[in-house]
Structure formats: structure tokens, C-alpha cells
Design a protein around this ligand. Structure first.
Ligand code: FAD
Length: 304
């Protein structure tokens, strides 16, 4: 995934290029620690995941930018020590131009080629603000900023097969998504979903709207019953009856629930591969065991 040069791992491969390959692959998402105290354990977990040699790893950015330093530290470590291409997330909505520009320069300086350009959720304290005074209102504003500082960044954007919660309808959401892609998104990653048909319908609609960039489906393995409520609240995702039955039956038995959740996610991924999706992104939540089990389930399917 890297161009090897005399100093070790050279220029980081762009995700847009990884996605051009016809081989099937998996990528994993991790999140940074909230505080310095948690740094070493998060670093160790992300290193275990990096050792699985996924096609790339994304590192999220804490809401409001509070954990921004750690996003870059974790991404840089994965890239420099394990040669795994990274995707550094960045949000803009509650930040000033000065802060965002500084972050972008730091990302560039760290040698990271791939940036996930996000608006971020609007903090409750800002909901009633006069938004015309904000430096950034939407992810599209950040994409222009990234391009102006480094036209060479490979830029990802978020998309929502079940519609972004603030959007009035899917037509409007797809229209805004097209603007984001036209501004310079090289690929899109989806919000989690538990019914693949929702993704296939969404892909059909965005292709019809003229959005042609690769779309990476995001799959969240639900490995304990408490995660279900959180995941639904966060994403607004539809829970198919098949999934609800699984949680009803195994939710109170941690080991059984973990096995069933991993099997469900694996099943979703196999169906996506069977339908010509080449890379699937797994929300591995800093859990190397979960990442390893899913990758193991696919070992003869992913020929690397
Ligand atoms: P946008 O693309 O700006 O869209 C937000 C809303 O505004 C949508 O309803 C859209 O239709 C609408 N819209 C867009 N442009 C316009 C316009 N010009 N005029 C009017 N309406 C418009 N959050 C974090 O804090 N950190 C992370 O690391 C993180 N990673 C994520 C990764 C993925 C794959 C996904 C799907 C989400 C992630 N999020 C993360 C959550 C994300 O920040 C929220 O969902 C946020 O509410 C929207 O971000 P966005 O980039 O999709 O926004």
C-alpha cells in the first residue's frame, strides 16, 4: 500500500487509488482517546488492528475538536510504524478558520494524504446561534479549505443511505451530497446501516443524480445489547426484524451476543462483496478481537 523509499515507508497511498483495485478488501475505523490517560491503551488497540494489515484505517475526530491532537498522533503512528494508509477525520462546524487551517497544515506536515471532511454535529450550545456568523456551516466549506491548502489531498465525505437526520428529504440530501462531491470529494463513506437493501436503493439514487465517486459502505458489528440503543440513536438506522430477534434472543448473554453480532456483520459484508462492492469499512470501535474475527471469517473471500 506504500511506495517504499530509502527512509522506510514513503508517500502514503491515496484511498481513491486503493479503491480502484478489483481485489476485495476491508478497512477499519478507530477513535482517539478522550484524555492523555487513555492514550497508551488506545494506541495499543489501534496497533493490534493495524497488524491485521487492513486496506486503510480511519481515525475519527472528537466532536468539537477536543481530541484533535490524538487523532493525528494515532493516525501518524499507524502510518509510520505499520505502513497502513490512514484517513484522518476533521470536523469544522464549531471551529474558527484559524484553528481549522492550523489543523490542515498539521495533517499535511504529518505526511497524511487522506482526510475525511466533516461538518460535525452542531453542539447543543450553538443550536440557537446566528449561523451566518459561523466560519463553517457545512462540510462543503471544509472541502474548499482543504483543497486551497493542499490540492493534493485525497478527500472523503460522509453520506447517509437513510438520510441525514437534519435533512428535509432524500432528494434534498442527495442534492447537497452532489455539491459536496463536486467541491472535491474523491470518495464517500456511509453511515452504518443494518439492511443492505437500503444501501442498494441509495446507490441507485445517487448514481442517477450524477454522483459517480466510489462509495464505501460502513458496517457496525453490534457485539453487545447496550450498543443497539446507542447505535440507533446516533445513526437513526432501521433495525430489521432479523436483527431485533437476534438481540432479543442473545442480548443478555455477552458471548453469544458477540458471536451473533459478528456473524450478522460478516453476512452483511459478504452480501456487499457479492454485489460488486470491493472495499467495506468496519466500525471496529478500537476492538482488535472484533476486527480479527471479522477478517478471519472472510479469509478465503479476501484474497490479498
Ligand atoms: P454535511 O455534509 O455538511 O451535511 C449536514 C446536513 O446539512 C445534511 O442534512 C445536508 O443535507 C445539509 N447540507 C449540506 N450542505 C448544505 C447547504 N449548502 N445548504 C443547506 N443544507 C446543507 N462526527 C464527528 O464529530 N467526528 C467524526 O470523526 C465523524 N466521522 C463520521 C464518519 C462518517 C462515515 C459519518 C457518516 C459521520 C461521521 N461523523 C463524525 C458524524 C457527522 O459529523 C454528522 O453526521 C454531522 O451531523 C454531519 O456531518 P456531514 O459532514 O455529513 O455534514
Amino acid at each position: 500500500m506504500y511506495i517504499i523509499c530509502s527512509e522506510g515507508y514513503g508517500a502514503e497511498m491515496k484511498i481513491a487509488d486503493i479503491l480502484k483495485s478489483e481485489s476485495l478488501s476491508l478497512s477499519f475505523e478507530v477513535f482517539p482517546p478522550k484524555t492523555e490517560t487513555g492514550f497508551e491503551s488506545v494506541k495499543a488497540a489501534t496497533e493490534e488492528i493495524a497488524k491485521l494489515k487492513p486496506s486503510f484505517m480511519s481515525v475519527t475526530y472528537g466532536a468539537g475538536g477536543g481530541t484533535s491532537k490524538y487523532t493525528l498522533d494515532i493516525a501518524k503512528n499507524i502510518k509510520d510504524m505499520y505502513g497502513v494508509p490512514t484517513l484522518a477525520h476533521l470536523t469544522c462546524v464549531s471551529s474558527t478558520k484559524e484553528t481549522v487551517r492550523e489543523k490542515i497544515r498539521e495533517i499535511k506536515k504529518a505526511g497524511i494524504s487522506n482526510v475525511m471532511a466533516l461538518r460535525g454535529d452542531i453542539p447543543e450550545s450553538m443550536v440557537n446561534d446566528d449561523r451566518s456568523k459561523w466560519d463553517y456551516n457545512f462540510a462543503v466549506d471544509l472541502i474548499y479549505e482543504l483543497k486551497s491548502i493542499n490540492p493534493d489531498f485525497c478527500i472523503g465525505g460522509a453520506c447517509y443511505p437513510e438520510i441525514h437526520p437534519e435533512s428535509p428529504n432524500q432528494k434534498e440530501d442527495i442534492k447537497r451530497l452532489k455539491e459536496k462531491v463536486d467541491a472535491g470529494c474523491d470518495f464517500l463513506t456511509t453511515q452504518m446501516f443494518f439492511d443492505n437493501n437500503l444501501l442498494y436503493n441509495f446507490l441507485y439514487k445517487i448514481r442517477e443524480a450524477g454522483i459517480t465517486v466510489p462509495v464505501i459502505p460502513g458496517i457496525m458489528p453490534i457485539t453487545n445489547a447496550n450498543q443497539v440503543e446507542r447505535a440507533v440513536k446516533l445513526s437513526g438506522s432501521f433495525m430489521p426484524q432479523r436483527f431485533k430477534s437476534l438481540v432479543d434472543k442473545f442480548g443478555s448473554e455477552p458471548l453469544a451476543m458477540k458471536q451473533a453480532g459478528i456473524a450478522y456483520a460478516t453476512d452483511q459484508i459478504i452480501d456487499l462483496y457479492a454485489n460488486n462492492i470491493t472495499n467495506v469499512h468496519v466500525y471496529s470501535m478500537n476492538k482488535p478481537d472484533v476486527a480479527k474475527l471479522i477478517q478471519g471469517n472472510l479469509s478465503d473471500i479476501i484474497k490479498r
